[in-house]
Write a protein that binds this ligand. Sequence first.
Ligand code: 4NP
Length: 181
Amino acid sequence: AARHDPINLALLASCTIFAAMETKILFVCLGNICRSPAADGIMRHIVRERGLGAEVAVDSAGTYAGHTGELPDARMRRAAMKRGYDLRHRSRRVAEEDFAAFDRIVAMDDTNYEALCRMAPSREAIGKVCRMAEFFGPAYADRTYVPDPYYEGHEGFERVLDMLQEGCANLLAEVRSRIRS
Ligand code: 4NP
């Protein structure tokens, strides 16, 4: 009898719509041990903090498979942990299936962006690919990519985290405004 209760039906319908509205975001860099796992950890943190776990799912991958299975770079983990982000992702290479599994695929730099466009199996899939720099505000007006910190000193990692915090907050706002429009 409960199945025919109009309130239950309305609840069921809203849950179905809600599930269908989940946005899956994949962050992509080269090694998947510095920039994209940091973006992944920051976005997860913001999503959890705001109770948006049912709306947004996050993952990361790299275009290069050389670090497969590894935790993020120790320098990035240390810098992120100081800001409250515990990075536990294991590196993996981006796969063609990711273009079907994710709604937004966010490249850290132009090389990652171009590699993703070449991999995309369709025009619709290419339409999912964007650059992290698109979500930077006026403070980073001159930045067109997230610089690779791998061969840099400590400041490189801090700068990347600053940029990713800003980019993730703006990306989340954009994703949510789309859900609502
Ligand atoms: P990521 O940094 O792309 O931000 O993870 C790099 C990590 C490893 C290498 C290059 C960049 N590498 O050449 O091994």
